[in-house]
Ligand binder design. Structure first.
Ligand code: NAD
Length: 294
């Protein structure tokens, strides 16, 4: 972190139309946050069920704002309608910035980003919400790597203030500035960080998860660890947090972190996250992870 985010966004053109790829936990959250702060957004997924779920989550969040008297029904409807679900790139010509929020897999991300680049204007910015994967590595799939950077939100997007804007080796000042400006327009607190596996927050978080997994291996009870961490003052313990993140996402991110920092992350492929992933307990998203959610 070198200087205040405002310095980075100076002179950036505002994002008038955004798009997000993926309507899952994060994509749906980005769509809601963008729409609720007045920037219309196209939400694209490859599955119509994901789009339905993304929209219904946004609808619930707008409903809560109306209940609390923070938004009129009319305004909430208008904001909800500014999230346009899409299964194709039909209207991407008009988009100023695209947030990529598909699965945490380098090859899938590269192919989705390369495909997206064919459907957006030359001056549009592409930003990946990857948790851990190097922005410079992802940019190798692109014809215009200068227009690409990281835009890492935290879960749940509407509640977590921080956004890491990641500068890859080839990211231009303009791309970083536009991304910082968009994060600010979304009511977030952006910080600009350099590129490396896990960036800033996940370089702290994943070794913590690794420590937790080691304690489990030594026979500790995850529910007790969660309770202790809550008493320590954190809003939730590691097992519950991993369920919220999604065990599949945590699994993929864990691999990237273990490859990137073998000295900090003990990883024999048999930790608690690996085992839950193997038996498809993906956390809250499929109602079973460390805990059951029914
Ligand atoms: P998720 O599994 O909830 O959603 C991923 C969505 O991407 C799915 O709906 C899937 O259908 C869709 N998808 C897959 N391929 C696609 C394609 N080609 N085009 C469009 N959509 C496609 O996952 P998530 O938790 O939302 O994570 C998405 C990204 O955000 C990952 O890179 C993850 O590391 C990152 N992230 C996750 C968290 C978290 O706590 N879950 C936090 C920060 C960042």
């Amino acid at each position: 972190v070198k200087k205040a985010a405002g310095t980075f966004s100076k002179g950036a053109d505002p994002v008038k139309q955004a798009a997000v790829l993926g309507a899952g936990i994060m994509g749906g959250g980005v769509a809601y946050q963008s729409a609720s702060k007045g920037t219309p957004i196209i939400m694209k997924d490859i599955r119509s069920e994901a789009l339905d779920l993304g929209l219904s989550e946004a609808n619930k969040l707008f409903g809560k704002q109306v209940e609390r008297g923070r938004l009129t029904n009319e305004k909430s409807m208008k904001a909800l309608n500014s999230i346009v679900p899409a299964l194709s790139y039909g209207e991407f010509e008009g988009v100023d910035l695209v947030v990529e929020a598909v699965v945490e897999n380098v090859n899938v991300k590269k192919s989705v980003l390369a495909e997206t680049e064919n459907h957006i204007r030359d001056d549009a910015v592409l930003a990946s919400n990857t948790s851990t994967i190097s922005i410079t590595e992802l940019s190798k799939a692109l014809k215009r790597p200068e227009n690409f950077c990281g835009m890492h939100f935290f879960n749940p997007v509407h509640r977590m203030p921080l956004v890491e804007v990641i500068r890859g080796e080839k990211s231009s000042d303009e791309a970083v500035a536009k991304t910082v400006a968009y994060a600010q327009a979304m009511g977030k607190t952006p910080i600009v960080v350099n590129d490396c596996p896990g960036f800033l927050v996940n370089r702290v978080l994943f070794p913590y998860f690794a420590g937790f997994s080691l304690m489990m291996k030594e026979g500790a009870d995850f529910q007790k660890i969660d309770k202790v961490m809550e008493r320590f003052g954190w809003p939730m313990g590691p097992a519950y947090l991993i369920d919220v993140v999604g065990i599949d996402t945590a699994y993929h991110a864990d691999q990237v972190m273990a490859d990137g920092f073998p000295d900090r992350m003990t990883h024999d492929g048999k930790n608690a996250i690996d085992k839950l992933f193997e038996v498809e307990r993906f956390g809250q998203k499929n109602e079973k992870g460390f805990y059951r959610y029914e």
